[in-house]
Write a protein that binds this ligand. Structure first.
Ligand code: SF4
Length: 120
């Protein structure tokens, strides 16, 4: 059975990451703030990542590789009006369309026309 992290420590980590805002915080800075080893910190961060509460983005600072930690916002508001008329919703090629594929959004004239419709 896996060892579970104390909820209060996970909560503290999550709170620190949330406070860093949308720019996130470097993993190594989190270890310093918490005064924990990278091994212990990684375990805490992995637990939060598995729960879908944070995301880890690999970055390079100087010659060092590290991760940027960002809280996932669950307050995302989607305005359906903003996607009204998008050709993808009724496209026959939707299942085979994808970046790097023969049919792809980067070369799709219908999608480009829809995205630019308000630019004229
Ligand atoms: S990007 Fe173009 S081809 Fe792809 S699903 Fe949307 S409308 Fe269809």
């Amino acid at each position: 059975m896996k060892k579970r992290e104390p909820e209060s420590l996970c909560d503290k980590v999550l709170e620190l990451i949330k406070k860093s805002g949308p720019q996130g915080m470097l993993q190594r800075d989190l270890w310093k703030r918490l005064k924990v080893s990278s091994r212990e910190g990684s375990r805490l961060v992995s637990a939060l990542e598995r729960k879908g509460l944070i995301v880890r983005e690999p970055i390079t600072r100087g010659r060092l590789k590290t991760f940027k930690l960002m809280a996932v916002s669950h307050k995302l508001e989607i305005v359906l009006e903003s996607v009204r008329g998008c050709p993808c919703f009724s496209c026959m090629n939707l299942v085979r369309c994808g970046s790097g594929q023969y049919v792809n959004p980067e070369k799709c004239e219908d999608l480009t026309a829809w995205l630019l419709k308000d630019e004229k």
